[in-house]
Design a protein around this ligand. Sequence first.
Ligand code: ZN
Ligand code: ZN
Length: 190
Amino acid sequence: MSQGTSVDNGGLLRRYGLQVTAQRLAVLRAVSDRPHSTADDICTVVRAEIGAVSRQAVYDALAALTDKGLLRRIQPARSSARYEDRVADNHHHLICRTCSRMVDVDCAVGDTPCLTAADDSGYEIDEAEVIFWGRCPECVAATSVSSDGRKRTRSVRHQLRSTASGPKQPRSRETSHQKETAREEKDRRV
Ligand SMILES: [Zn+2]
Ligand SMILES: [Zn+2]
């Protein structure tokens, strides 16, 4: 990593009223190199870079950076929170149900009826948080090569922060390469 980057990030931390620490710098760098990482992923990267650092220290740094608005935290239903440093806009996300890869999608423009609450219940709405769920091109390709040719339905779901109910995921998860999902299911049972 170049000297310039850490100097800039140091200035950034100070501008946001945060003390400059090695952990915060490393966390900031890890997130900006790997947007949409989970705290665990960031922990691994930070440890590889600055050596022994507690998981709690990384979590604390993420919390401080998110609190101050340097990082954005995205919380998809039933999966770990992800972090990114693209904070200046209200962009949305696409998530692959199979491999959990998350990518950015620019804020919807034009005719977007789902983003306009039918009944705002008197709330002053300033944000609609949208997560599109589906499968990434790689996972679609992997399935179409190996599967029995059965058609799968794509599913797109809107998650609006202003509504209380989270999206329910379909129970049909029978493909063999869904290691992530299998692990999640096991974790939940423990
Ligand atoms: Zn995928
Ligand atoms: Zn993003």
